[in-house]
Write a protein that binds this ligand. Structure first.
Ligand code: TTP
Ligand code: MG
Length: 404
C-alpha cells in the first residue's frame, strides 16, 4: 500500500457549532450568512434547512423565499477558528502530515503512523469519536488509498458518515456508472462541456478519454486519471508560509469619515494585495478588513470567500465588511487575504460553483477604475505599476482624500 489517507469534513460546520452552543436551535432550519433583509449569501445551513433546498453560496433572498421560517444568523468566525484549532489538535495526533483545506476539512496522511489498513480505519473511527466526545460535533470521515478517493469516501455517507475505499478498483467500481459530477474537479461548467459531447458518466470518460483530453486540455488529463482512480498527489503538510496573510494598510494624514473615499482606498489596497498574492502564486479564502478609528480603537472584520486573489473580489468583500462596521472617523484602513493555499484544483471547483454573475470580474474592475478616473482625474490604467509602490500608493490615496 503506497499511501493511506483520511479525509475529514465537519458536518454543516458553522451551523453545527452554533447549534451546539445554543441547543434551542436544535432541529430548526438554521441559515448562517446574512440576515434576509441584508445583501449577502448563505455560508452554510443546517441539514434541516437543506431539506428546503437552501445551500451554500445561495443568495440570502432566495434562501428566505425557500425557507421563510428559518433562523438566520451572521457567522461568528472567531468562534469557528477556535474550534478549528481544536480539531487540528485531534487530527495532528494521528497524521504525519495534515493538509487543511478549510477551517473544517483536512487530508491526513496516516500511512506511517497507522502502518496497516486496519489501524488506519481504527484511527478514522477514533477521530470521529473524539470529535463527538471532546467537541460535541459530528464529522464525516473517509479512508482511502488516495486523496480524491478519501474525499469521495467522506462524502459518501454524510452527515456523520464513515466510509472506506481501500483500492483503486473499489473506487472505480463505486464511481463507474455515476454522473461525471461526482469526480472531484468536475464542476457545473466542466460538466456542461462534457454533457455537450454526450459524456455523462465516469464510464464515458474512461471510454472516450482522448476526446476528454482534447476538449479540456490539462484539466482533461486530471479528470481522465481520476476516472481511473489514479491520484498520486501527496498530502502537502501545513506550511506556515501558506497560512500567512497578505495585507496592505494605510494611515491617512487626516481622519476620514467619507465612506466612499474609504471604499476607493480599499480598491487600490486590494489591487496591491492581488499583486502580492500573484507573486507568490497563492489564493486566499479569507478577506480581512482592518480599521483604526480616530480614537485609536482597532477592529478587524473577516469573512470567507471562495479561494481567490482577484482584486475586485477582495474589494467587494471588504466593502461589505466596511458597510457593517461602525461608521466613525477612520485613521487607518487595511485589507488582506488569509487562509492562503495554492490548490488549483480547489480553485477550479470553486470558480465553477460560483453563482453566475451579471458582469464578469474583469468588467467590474474596469468599471471601478473608470469611475476612479472620472472622480479624481487620475489615470489609473497607465500608472498602476508606479501606484503600487509604497510611497506612491500613499501619495495617490492622499491625493484622492484631498480631492474627494
Ligand atoms: P463545507 O464543508 O463545504 O460545508 P459544511 O461543513 O457547512 O457542510 P457539509 O456537511 O456539507 O460539509 O464548508 C465548511 C464551512 O465553510 C461551512 O460551514 C461554511 C463555510 N463556507 C462558506 O462560507 N461558503 C461556502 O460557499 C462554502 C461551501 C462553505
Ligand atoms: Mg463540512
Amino acid at each position: 500500500m503506497d499511501q493511506i489517507i483520511i479525509h475529514v469534513d465537519m458536518d454543516a460546520f458553522y451551523a453545527s457549532v452554533e447549534i451546539r452552543d445554543d441547543p434551542s436551535l436544535k432541529g430548526k432550519p438554521l441559515i448562517i450568512g446574512s440576515l434576509p433583509r441584508e445583501r449577502g449569501v448563505v455560508a452554510t445551513c443546517s441539514y434541516e434547512a437543506r431539506k428546503f433546498g437552501v445551500h451554500s453560496a445561495m443568495n440570502i433572498k432566495e434562501a428566505y423565499r425557500l425557507c421563510p421560517n428559518g433562523v438566520f444568523m451572521h457567522p461568528n468566525f472567531d468562534k469557528y477558528r477556535a474550534v478549528s484549532s481544536q480539531l487540528h489538535e485531534i487530527w495532528n495526533a494521528y497524521a504525519s502530515a495534515s493538509e487543511y483545506i478549510a477551517l473544517d476539512e483536512a487530508y491526513l496522511d496516516v500511512t506511517e503512523k497507522a502502518g496497516s489498513w486496519e489501524n488506519a480505519c481504527e484511527i478514522a473511527r477514533t477521530i470521529k469519536r473524539r470529535t463527538g466526545d471532546e467537541l460535541g460535533l459530528t464529522c464525516s470521515v473517509g479512508v482511502a488509498y488516495c486523496k480524491s478517493a478519501a474525499k469521495t469516501a467522506s462524502e459518501e455517507k454524510k452527515p456523520d458518515g464513515y466510509f472506506e475505499i481501500p483500492t483503486q478498483a473499489d473506487f472505480v467500481d463505486l464511481m463507474i456508472d455515476r454522473d461525471i459530477r461526482v469526480l472531484y474537479t468536475v464542476g457545473a461548467k466542466t460538466a456542461e462541456k462534457l454533457y455537450g459531447i454526450g459524456i455523462r458518466t465516469v464510464r464515458d470518460i474512461q471510454q472516450r478519454k482522448d476526446e476528454v483530453i482534447h476538449l479540456l486540455g490539462k484539466q482533461g488529463q486530471w479528470i481522465t486519471q481520476l476516472a481511473f482512480g489514479i491520484d498520486e498527489r501527496k498530502v502537502s503538510p501545513y506550511k506556515p508560509e501558506d497560512a500567512k496573510s497578505i495585507s496592505r494598510e494605510l494611515t491617512f494624514q487626516e481622519d476620514v469619515t467619507d465612506i466612499e473615499l474609504l471604499k476607493d482606498a480599499l480598491l487600490l489596497l486590494s489591487m496591491s494585495v492581488e499583486r502580492r498574492a500573484a507573486r507568490v502564486e497563492l489564493y486566499g479564502e479569507g478577506v480581512t478588513l482592518k480599521l483604526t478609528y480616530a480614537d485609536m480603537k482597532n477592529i478587524t472584520r473577516s469573512s470567507m470567500i471562495p479561494p481567490t486573489r482577484s482584486a475586485i473580489r477582495i474589494y467587494e468583500e471588504a466593502v461589505k465588511l466596511l458597510e457593517r462596521a461602525p461608521q466613525r472617523a477612520v485613521r487607518l484602513i487595511g485589507v488582506g487575504l488569509y487562509h492562503m493555499s495554492n490548490e488549483s484544483w480547489e480553485q477550479l471547483r470553486f470558480e465553477d460553483i460560483l453563482p453566475s454573475e451579471a458582469q464578469t470580474p474583469k468588467d467590474r474592475m474596469d468599471a471601478a477604475l473608470i469611475r476612479l478616473n472620472k472622480k479624481y482625474g487620475l489615470d489609473f490604467a497607465g500608472n498602476l505599476d508606479r501606484i503600487f509602490q509604497g510611497e506612491t500608493m500613499y501619495k495617490t490615496i492622499e491625493y484622492m482624500r484631498k480631492h474627494s
